[in-house]
Structures are given as structure tokens and as C-alpha cells.
Design a protein around this ligand. Structure first.
Ligand code: PEP
Ligand code: MN
Length: 363
């Protein structure tokens, strides 16, 4: 018995609790043969329920492969028919919507570079008014939950009943191991804002490297996300886009088999041990908040001193020393330098803002 959904994509949308959905396929549709091979192999090796493939590729930099365009839609539809799978592609404007509906594509998705722009999203939503096709909405490039939730609502407002979210990670200037920072808490916020909207994870665009895909997928399953969208290509190294993160169908089959997928009511089951540990965390967090209160009292005194001495609020050398010291200290306490950097940069930023408002007030 597979741990992934074996029901139709429509049933997955319509039922509140369901096994996770697997969406898979190449980043870009490159040729009729490539997408056909991808579809047939995925069907053979994985519990895939929806085939994906990009026809128009919104690339960050010009000059990279920008997709075959309209012609690729028929190749995708034919590959889906041969494998007995519904198919999905990305749309970024009303013209794309028209072409995709003509070609008989079953499901649409909105890419991260489109979700950022409410004008584009509204244009696409208007083009879909009266067409009840399922839509997946990727998170915007940067972590702005309002834009993500807003885009989903724009589709619901034109009468689309089946809208789901895709968490594909967020652009970050702090380059860590991932191509796009997962910032998992953002998906919790979306869940809190739109509790009836399913969220699938795209571990490929988060990971950026194929070796990391299974770890990211496991975290998504541990967080009870509702499915996965994974990029899979018959010859990943030859892929015209996102080569480093794509996996073969056989590799994807292994990844899926290795995943630990919890029961659908997992999030409601809390063992006593977990309740106890969460209680411990709550106590520690209370202590942290009390310490922060003390810290900000000192910050206030510093603001008064700076005002008296006519010193500037932001002193670059102080900031560099403060953050560097904590980054060096972190590993002695089992805390990574990246974490120390982020934590103390945030603390310092808020201290500076607080001081600026205090000094202004007294002027
Ligand atoms: C994609 O799915 O191939 C894609 C371009 O994704 P994103 O919009 O998440 O960057
Ligand atoms: Mn891609």
C-alpha cells in the first residue's frame, strides 16, 4: 500500500484528510520524447497523481532556456494521456491561460515570480472566471504571506473551488545550504490564515541540489504537509533548466519509498513526551522574553546616553564587533554561526530602531 494518495486529484482537493499527493515531472518540457519518457517512467516507478512540466519558463536571468512555449502543451497532454495521468503547467498571463485551456491541460500553477504581482494574479484569475480548473499557487519569491494568501483568495473570488498552495522556499541573501530558504514557519502562517487550503511542498526548488531533495521532502512530511511537487527528468544532467535539482523517476521512487509518512491525523496525536518537552520549551521561551525585556531597558539607557553625548544611533563598528563575537562564540555552545548572525543582527536592528524612536520623541 502506497503512503501517497491513490485517488483522483479532484478527490484529493475535496476531502479534508487525505494521503499526500505526489506531483512530479520535468522542470521544463523540452521535446515530445523527453516529456513522454518522463511520464511513462514516473508512472512505472512512483505513486504520481499529476504530471508537471513547464512550457513557459520565467527565468531570473535572460539568456537561459525560457521554455518551448505553446507547442509544448500538446506534447505534455499526449504524455499524460499515454501514462494515464492528468497534467499541469505554469501560467503567467491571460494569453497562457487561453492556450492552456485550448490544449486541454487539467491543472494550472502560478509561479513564484508571478505570485509577487497582484496585477498579474488578478489578470490570470479574470481569464479563469467561469472555468473551474484546479490551481496551485506557489509562494512568492520573498516571504510575504499576505501576497501568497491574497493570490489564493483572488482565485477563490472568481469561483475556482480547488486552490492549493505550494511552498517552494524563499529567496534569501544569506546563502545557506539551500537554493531557497524553506522558512517552514511561513507555511504555518498560511495554514493559520487559510485553514482549508492544502499546502504541498516543492522540495526541488528549496533544495536546489538533488542530494538534498529527500531530506527536505521528509521535513515536509513531518510537518504534515499535504503533498510534494518534485522535478523529475529522464536525464537530469542534460536538463535545459534546473539540472542540478532534478532526479530520475527511479530515484524519485526510492525517495518516496524512504519517506516516513505519518497518519493523516498525526498532527492531532501528541505523545505525553512531546507535551512535556513542549512545556519545557515554553518555560525557556518565557525566560528568553524576560531577558529581552531587561536588554531593552539597557538599550533605552544607551539611547539617553547617546543623545547626551551627541553620538549617532547606528555605529557600524559596534554592529560588526557584536555580531562577529557571537558568531565565534556560537559553535562552543552547539549553535551555528549562521544562526548567531541572524539572531544578533535582528536583535541589533530592533535595538537601533527603538533608540531612533526614543531619540526622535525627545527632540
Ligand atoms: C518551476 O516549478 O519550474 C518554477 C519555475 O518554480 P518557481 O516558480 O517555484 O521558481
Ligand atoms: Mn524548475
Amino acid at each position: 500500500m502506497t503512503k501517497f494518495s491513490t485517488q483522483s486529484i479532484l478527490a484529493w482537493f475535496d476531502e479534508a484528510t487525505q494521503a499526500p499527493l505526489l506531483i512530479a515531472g520535468p522542470c521544463s518540457i523540452e521535446s515530445p520524447e523527453q516529456v513522454m519518457q518522463a511520464a511513462l517512467e514516473l508512472k512505472q516507478y512512483t505513486p504520481v497523481s499529476l504530471l508537471r512540466g513547464g512550457a513557459w519558463k520565467p527565468r531570473t536571468k535572460p539568456g537561459s532556456f525560457e521554455g518551448i512555449g505553446e507547442e509544448a502543451l500538446d506534447w505534455l497532454v499526449r504524455a499524460g494521456q499515454a501514462a494515464g495521468l492528468p497534467v499541469s503547467t505554469e501560467v503567467a498571463n491571460a494569453k497562457h491561460v487561453e492556450k492552456v485551456l485550448e490544449a486541454g491541460v487539467d491543472v494550472l500553477w502560478i509561479g513564484a515570480r508571478t505570485t509577487v504581482n497582484p496585477f498579474y494574479v488578478q489578470e490570470i484569475a479574470e481569464a479563469l472566471r467561469g472555468v473551474n480548473i484546479p490551481v496551485f499557487v506557489k509562494n512568492p519569491i520573498h516571504a510575504e504571506i499576505g501576497l501568497w494568501a491574497g493570490a489564493i483568495e483572488r482565485f477563490q473570488n472568481v469561483g475556482i473551488e480547488r486552490v492549493a498552495a505550494v511552498h517552494r522556499g524563499f529567496f534569501s541573501t544569506n546563502k545557506g545550504v539551500y537554493r531557497n530558504e524553506p522558512q517552514w514557519h511561513q507555511s504555518f502562517e498560511l495554514r493559520a490564515a487559510l485553514p482549508n487550503v492544502k499546502i504541498v511542498c516543492d522540495p526541488s526548488h528549496i533544495a536546489g541540489k538533488r542530494d538534498l531533495v529527500s531530506d527536505v521532502a521528509q521535513v515536509a512530511m513531518d510537518l504534515s504537509m499535504d503533498g510534494l511537487m518534485v522535478e523529475s527528468h529522464p536525464q537530469p544532467d542534460q536538463a535545459l533548466s534546473d539540472a542540478a535539482q532534478q532526479v530520475t523517476a527511479a530515484q524519485l521512487g526510492q525517495i518516496i519509498q524512504g519517506l516516513h509518512v505519518h497518519d493523516s491525523d498525526y498532527s492531532f496525536k501528541q505523545s505525553e513526551a512531546l507535551v512535556g518537552l513542549r512545556g519545557e520549551l515554553d518555560t525557556i521561551d518565557d525566560q528568553i522574553v524576560a531577558l529581552l525585556e531587561q536588554r531593552f531597558k539597557v538599550v533605552k539607557e544607551i539611547a539617553e546616553t547617546k543623545k547626551r553625548d551627541g553620538a549617532t544611533v547606528f555605529q557600524m563598528d559596534r554592529w560588526i564587533k557584536l555580531v562577529r563575537k557571537r558568531m565565534e562564540q556560537g559553535p562552543e555552545h552547539g549553535l551555528s554561526p549562521e544562526f548567531m548572525h541572524d539572531l544578533f543582527s535582528t536583535l541589533h536592528k530592533h535595538s537601533v530602531e527603538y533608540q531612533s524612536t526614543l531619540i526622535k520623541k525627545e527632540d
